[in-house]
Design a protein around this ligand. Structure first.
Ligand code: HEC
Ligand code: HEC
Ligand code: HEC
Ligand code: HEC
Ligand code: HEC
Length: 435
């Protein structure tokens, strides 16, 4: 446990003095939390402060890419950040145009609010998209300005200096209360920093530490996500990520939360899996192989269905999928495959990718692209059929496998130093038929 947290909870127990201080404090215009007698604005409060009572949510978040979104924690982001911006542990880093690094508005929003670039300066910076990044979002202003420019990440929101909750009242009270009780075993009074009854006695009525506000419009809708997940272009105006545009094209009424924050164990899960998460990938789409054996050939149709209101793969432009179709004989010997090395040239229809090109039309990494190339990813709710004709002789089984890659093959090579698990293909789905 950090000393910061110790101090916080030590503070929680000093009721008499703090009740007075708080009254003073919250009546003044500076809105902040008081930790160990020091004013701390909410965007500098570490997730550690929430851990004690929201243990399970903390652990889910800790393992998510939100907690690992900075160049200090995410090796892929670091590779690009170092190239485009510089050193994440140095103050005063700038973009080529001399402006504050736009990346941090989404990848390290607490540092961005202070216009700082030394991300190891405090836990709340290092934690990237931490609890109070999302639970401070008050209103979504939208990402598009009338002049066509984008207003990204934390800039797309009005932020509050109180904790914003989906309900603002004790929906999951018993669970959190139970955790808080355990954490405070042995103490005579159990404090709730959000001051929710029946957790706080009357004398403590002024003890507002993390005042909680009900904001379902923000937290129960996709607005909670779109400030950072809507759209981004590189410095040449070429769209990179566009999950928001895809979602609009999907014409859905389903919120991001309904898939990315399912209820588990009584509350909204904060793991928020995507391309880094094998379990999310396995649930992503429907895949079914149908094969009919004729005299000479086997006609194979692979049915793929995207059940998401955004593309698959969505997000970072270098995400891609590969469909592998293979035929085997009775002894498991491979007789036929749709490609040997990579489908890009050998079987382009089985490569699902968004290409980025330079002026000459050659594929290039995201920062260098001057035009979008072909986009063969699955559109929202798209059903696609891929057909193959395989020589039938001795074939006992045909199999289709769909693999996900975080990076293009060229980037895997270029970023050879990355840990193995980030370069490995992950199996999303398979289907087979025996004869
Ligand atoms: C000492 C215990 C404790 C600490 C520390 C704590 N909470 Fe809570 N929190 C609770 C309890 C108990 C509830 C459930 C009661 C309720 O729903 O208001 C709750 C509820 C919430 C809710 C849900 C409100 C809703 O609208 O449903 C949010 C959001 C929240 N906390 C955020 C935080 C954040 C962020 C931190 C850290 C900065 C934090 N909490 C620290 C005890 C705590
Ligand atoms: C990426 C944004 C994001 C981050 C980061 C985040 N939350 Fe949440 N949280 C949400 C949203 C959105 C909801 C509302 C889900 C819903 O009701 O659909 C929520 C709900 C909650 C709830 C109420 C859960 C329930 O079902 O009753 C609590 C408590 C909570 N968050 C605490 C935390 C804590 C503690 C952290 C950090 C360890 C954290 N959150 C990090 C977005 C976030
Ligand atoms: C303040 C900005 C911000 C907000 C708000 C935000 N995210 Fe994220 N999210 C990020 C960043 C940055 C990453 C990428 C981290 C990385 O890979 O380095 C990310 C990554 C993800 C991923 C990918 C995980 C993976 O496995 O690669 C998913 C899924 C996701 N967010 C869902 C959501 C949802 C759902 C919401 C709304 C409830 C939300 N995010 C709100 C910034 C944000
Ligand atoms: C019907 C369920 C569903 C809904 C609704 C949904 N998603 Fe997803 N999302 C998925 C699945 C499954 C994946 C994994 C496959 C993939 O990466 O495309 C995913 C992947 C992602 C990723 C990972 C991208 C990466 O680079 O790793 C992000 C970011 C994301 N979703 C954001 C959102 C946002 C933002 C919304 C709302 C606008 C949303 N999703 C709505 C199911 C859903
Ligand atoms: C508008 C918000 C936003 C901005 C600005 C932004 N990013 Fe991201 N970035 C995201 C989100 C969200 C994801 C993860 C989900 C996805 O793939 O869309 C992501 C993912 C990435 C990834 C992939 C990480 C991984 O683990 O695979 C890299 C690399 C990256 N960003 C680099 C950058 C760089 C460098 C900058 C600044 C020049 C930047 N980003 C600016 C939101 C943003």
């Amino acid at each position: 446990m950090s000393s910061h947290q110790n101090n916080f909870h030590h503070f929680l127990s000093c009721k008499a003095i703090t009740a007075f201080l708080f009254t003073l404090f919250f009546c003044s215009t500076t809105q902040a939390v008081l930790i160990d007698d020091e004013e701390v604005p909410l965007h500098q409060v570490s997730a550690q402060e929430c851990r004690l009572c929201h243990m399970e949510i903390y652990e889910q978040w800790k393992g998510s890419m939100h907690a690992n979104s900075t160049a200090l924690a995410d090796p892929i982001h670091r590779a690009f950040y170092k190239k485009v911006i510089g050193d994440p542990t140095r103050e005063g880093e700038k973009m080529k145009n001399g402006k504050y690094p736009v990346c941090l508005k989404c990848h390290a929003p607490n540092a961005a609010q202070d216009k700082k670039t030394k991300l190891d300066a405090m836990p709340a910076y290092k934690e990237g998209v931490n609890c109070l990044v999302c639970h401070r979002l008050k209103k979504f202003k939208g990402t598009r300005l009338s002049n066509g420019k984008l207003r990204l990440g934390i800039d797309a929101y009005e932020v509050a200096e109180s904790c914003q909750g989906p309900s603002g009242f004790p929906t999951s009270f018993s669970q959190h209360a139970e955790m808080a009780k355990k954490a405070h075993e042995g103490e005579e009074e159990k404090e709730n920093p959000h001051r929710q009854k029946p957790y706080v006695s009357d004398e403590e009525a002024d003890e507002m530490i993390l005042p909680l506000e009900s904001n379902p419009e923000m937290l129960k809708t996709s607005a909670a996500c779109l400030g950072c997940h809507d759209k981004r272009a590189n410095s040449h105006g070429v769209p990179l990520c566009a999950t928001g545009d895809e979602y609009v094209a999907g014409r859905t009424h389903v919120s991001c939360q309904s898939c990315h924050m399912p209820v588990s164990n009584g509350f909204a899960n904060h793991s928020m899996g995507g391309g880094h998460d094998a379990a999310t990938l396995r649930r992503a789409l429907f895949l079914k192989l149908d094969a009919t054996k004729g005299e000479k050939d086997i006609k194979v149709t692979v049915h793929i269905r995207n059940q998401q209101p955004h593309k698959i793969p969505t997000g970072a432009p270098f995400r891609n999928m590969v469909l592998k179709v293979t035929a085997y004989d009775q002894d498991g010997k491979k007789l036929w495959e749709n490609f040997k090395n990579h489908p890009a040239k050998e079987d382009p229809k089985s490569y699902f990718v968004y290409k980025l090109l330079n002026k000459e039309g050659k594929p290039v990494p995201p920062p260098k692209a001057t035009q979008p190339g072909e986009d063969t990813r699955l559109n929202p709710y798209e059903r696609r059929e891929l057909s193959y004709s395989i020589p039938a002789k001795n074939v006992a089984m045909v199999r289709a496998e769909l693999y996900y890659n975080l990076l293009w093959p060229s980037l895997k090579k270029k970023l050879d130093f990355l840990p193995k698990h980030l370069k490995e293909s992950k199996l999303m789905a398979f289907s087979e038929q025996h004869f």
